[in-house]
Design a protein around this ligand. Sequence first.
Ligand code: MRU
Length: 314
Amino acid sequence: MKALREAANGRAIEVIDQTKLPFALEWLTLSTASEVAHAIKSMIVRGAPLIGVAAGYGLAMEAGAYELLKETRPTAVNLKWALDKVRAATDKWAAARAIAAGESEACRRIGELGRPLLEKAKRGETLRVLTHCNAGWLATGDWGTALAPIYAAKAAGTKVHVWVDETRPRNQGALTAWELADGGVPHRLIVDNAGGLLMLRGEVDVCIVGADRIARNGDVCNKVGTYLKALAAHDNGIPFYVAAPESTIDRSLASGSLIPIEERSGDEVRGWHGARLLPETTPVGNPAFDVTPAKLVTGIITEHGVLAPAEIAR
Ligand code: MRU
């Protein structure tokens, strides 16, 4: 499945409006860099690889929009990676298209390389996986990162069950549940804090998540809540894998503490789709990502191979 495609006129893109899921599947046409910037900022398009792809097309629409697009979201390095590639290219639309195709192929390969790792962790008849946020095809354009090995395992005939973290405050878990339902993968959505209990009870064989930026020392920045899952996995001797394409690795940063963490509006915590959960006067903090230290990560699955966190620097 695709979350972004070129419009028939060859000068615009069409994206699934992820703010409408899981209730409605609506495609939106984006034909200017400002429209692309707004879609990224408001999370109509989201997920590190997909915002990179979208930003690349945005710059192809308007060559002067580099800063406008770069400042939309600070954490996922894929954004700058894609903008730099398109800025350096003569044929900018062709460069954006090549990024989209490259990320799709990278994710397909991540699925292939990650599948045996998940299957090796299986302890019973069913492979029981826990994931956080949405790192499927909605977040990458095609296949997904963390979900790609799950889809590959399912396609190979392995019995799979996925525990899906709700992922407050934007509920990306609902997107994952929607994707898995669409792909016929058995799953159950759980509140963010349930993962520790399930791991302690022996109901999780393996955890796999995506990433927004990986530092040179193998520290992994991903959706807020990832760190706590990694801690619980470590305490329970459960493998904790990170799946990400090369475009997510930032070797210019020595460690995860240098990664800028996006702070989003408190309104995302105070309410949801017009429903109020808290009074407007409640003070709220809303860091969108956290950093999992390299020592808690079992392996990083990239399109080029499975690396120990310490091997990222090479
Ligand atoms: O704020 P979001 O929804 O864009 O955050 C997405 C994540 O944190 C994903 O886990 C990450 O981008 C990997 S997507 C393949």
